[in-house]
Design a protein around this ligand. Sequence first.
Ligand code: ATP
Length: 357
Amino acid sequence: MQSLKIAVFDGDGIGPEITEPTMKIVDQVASDAQVKLDFEVLPSGAGHYRDHGESLPESSVAKARGSDAILLSAMGLPDVRYPDGTEIVPQVELRMILGLYAGVRPVRLLPGQQSPLKIPEGKTLDFILVRESTEGLFAELDKGQVTENEARETMVITRAVSEKLFDFCFRLARQRKAKGYQGRVTCVDKANVFRAFAFMRNIFEERAALNPDITADAAYVDAMALWMVQKPWEFDVMVTENMFGDILSDLGAGLMGGLGMAPSADIGDGHAVFQPCHGTAPDIAGQGLANPLAMILSGAMMLEWLALEKEMPSLSEAAGRVETAVSRVLTERACITPDLGGKASTTDLARAVGAAL
Ligand code: ATP
């Protein structure tokens, strides 16, 4: 049996509650697919900073770098902060350290999954938002300048990262086209107002010209916020700057029934972190109320990525099994958490997914 090393950050708040069942489920399907996953839980997070004075120890970064994939829940606690008052966000630092430029946020309804939108007959909610995750308005993280009367933050868009990001999106659209999707990438920006976005749009058009088999178009971010509510079924792959992506991905999560349903992946060259879109939800931590599905579906995305990256097609089937099991539980609606309108606990819902496998 082949084995893979999985670095795990179980994080703060609801993090540990949703990580444990996710590891179990992912482990079960991988082992059925003849792949052994060696999980190692690594210290990090706001709780670790409070107790040990370090939020992301060097040794944890080194182990994450040496692993085949990284599974992360959520980190940060509102009352634990750095001396300058900023929040502890090792997950954002990790994206910078490992160069995870492509934040993949699928906005997709599985069978049985409910959306607050009324979806017309024959249409489906199934597009991917790619959020650049290392620069943009997050580039100078905690280097913003604040004086008594003025605050400044700098947005950085580089040619090198933009080219890699757009190439990633055209590859993704090509893989999707092979499965029957449109084969289209939409660049979401504000190129009519900001020079940085006009620069980004030009690079997008240059890369689009090198990928003539894929349709390329562009939209302004404000219009896209409207269209994501009015006609989200028209889109295939969207790509945008870090801050815009941060906001639009929460809108996407809303379309899928809430943050508890939204998985994600942050992908770079050879490294990738898989984590739910939500934060540590301190308001519900420790009460068994957390929906573990966003994390479980992030685990499925990890298996899908490993299947391609390590050329282990059996892991793609394993990922499909997880999605089918989640779908079954959602369709039956007998065992769902309060955020989805049910009464089940985190453990009950995770067990139901395990049983549906
Ligand atoms: P961050 O800034 O770290 O992304 P946030 O401020 O967006 O975090 P979250 O921690 O994601 O906040 O929580 C936002 C709301 O969604 C909270 O009311 C929280 O309880 C709820 N929520 C988040 N994740 C889940 C989940 N897995 N299950 C149920 N409710 C959740």
